[in-house]
Design a protein around this ligand. Structure first.
Ligand code: GMT
Length: 380
């Protein structure tokens, strides 16, 4: 099948999922055309069956805001027409679903029928999308999508709660590539960040308010009182300044390492003992799954789709949003008992395997077949 994948190219989870999905589909023989404003960070090198089409918006002085959605729709018309695509799969509703709808309508006037699937990732529904300034357009685009998927049951429920749609939503969870067995920890790398008697705690995010970075620092500060440890933070974003300020106030900066944005967080996770995800809301929590995939237990909040990924008392522990005390106590319990830590390490790994790409990819392929088949039938 020839598939166009529209995505955000940045470090966010939706872009990572869309890129990994495209790469996996290409490996299975599908022809994948990524469409975005910049090269997706995880795409990197030349690969068989993968093409990338850049959307570049020219800087005309009249525009205070560049009309990205219009240029994207025009690009989609072009790519669908000339690359003879069978299907568009857009990740993150805003503005990808409306651009896909526009392209679909333009192509229809030229006798070309192209179905589009919208995958909802979270903030496009739970934070941004439900805002009045977006809601009517999102509702319309959901209803016009040939199929909708959501990355968790929780997100599906939120979508029905916030939007007037009765369209079926298929839950296709996010996925991860897992190894057969857990890798040995690279001690040389680990020793660059912590001594052998210290624990390594990690957090990865885009440092937005929703991630509650201050909680990460406060939890770590409590853990550190009981168990010598280092906090490794990967990613960057608007709340980083606050986090740095808080760390200075608490006088714990010497034990907090801001690594910044990294393309592949697996290497940092592999040397970690524990992962923190205290988010306000999280439709899935791909960052937690990435940690679990390399055997790192997760201390998280119990919000949104996180309980569908992290299992309390098995792959980690869950607490109410903002319950720093409980999260710190759970972390200390795990870190101070080597046997328990090892047990959770193996359990986190086995839980992650339930989201292995081999299990999830066929769900997307089945949906693609159904959508394309239905489209063909409707034309007969
Ligand atoms: O977490 C973010 O702010 C980025 C955002 C995105 O769209 O890239 O992440 C959302 O999609 C991820 C992939 O499906 C999910 O794992 C995240 O939980 C979700 N974020 C939120 O719901 C806050």
């Amino acid at each position: 099948m020839r598939i166009g994948i529209v995505l955000y190219p940045t470090y966010g989870g939706s872009g990572v999922v869309a890129t990994e999905l495209g790469i996996a589909l290409a490996e299975k023989g599908h022809e994948i055309h990524f469409v975005s404003y910049s090269q997706p960070v995880r795409l990197g090198s030349f690969r068989k069956n993968i093409y990338y089409h850049e959307v570049s918006v020219s800087d005309y002085p009249l525009f205070e805001f560049q009309p990205y959605e219009t240029v994207l729709a025009s690009k989609l018309v072009d790519v669908v027409k000339y690359e003879k695509l069978d299907l568009l799969h857009v990740h993150y509703a805003i503005p990808h679903a409306s651009a896909a709808f526009m392209a679909q309508q333009i192509l229809k006037t030229e006798g070309i029928e192209i179905p589009f699937i919208t995958t909802l990732h979270g903030t496009d529904i739970t934070l941004v999308g439900k805002d009045q300034s977006f809601e009517p357009v999102i509702t319309f685009c959901l209803n016009q999508s040939n199929a909708i998927t959501a990355v968790s049951e929780s997100l599906k429920k939120d979508t029905y709660h916030h939007f007037e749609t009765e369209k079926p939503i298929s839950v296709i969870p996010n996925f991860i590539e897992t190894k057969e067995v857990l890798k040995e920890v690279d001690m040389d790398l680990r020793r660059r960040y912590a001594s052998d008697d210290e624990m390594i705690i990690t957090h990865t995010s885009n440092f937005r308010k929703v991630k509650r970075i201050e909680d990460v620092i406060l939890i770590f500060s409590k853990i550190r009182e009981k168990s010598p440890s280092k906090l490794l933070l990967t990613g960057d974003g608007p709340e980083r300044g606050h986090a740095e300020h808080l760390a200075r106030e608490l006088k714990i900066c010497q034990d907090i390492i801001f690594i910044g944005k990294v393309r592949d967080t697996a290497h940092v996770l592999e040397i970690s003992d524990l992962f923190l995800l205290p988010s306000e809301t999280e439709s899935f929590g791909l960052a937690a799954l990435e940690a679990m995939a390399v055997g790192v237990p997760v201390i998280s909040s119990n919000t949104g789709g996180i309980p569908e990924v992290n299992i309390h008392g098995f792959s980690g522990y869950l607490s109410y949003v903002g319950d720093i005390e409980d999260m710190a106590n759970n972390a200390i319990k795990l870190l101070s008992d080597e046997k328990l830590k090892q047990k959770f390490r193996n359990q986190a790994f086995s839980r992650a395997k339930e989201f292995s790409i081999d299990r999830i990819l066929p769900m997307y392929e089945k949906l693609y077949d159904e959508v394309v088949h239905k489209q063909k039938q409707s034309l007969e």
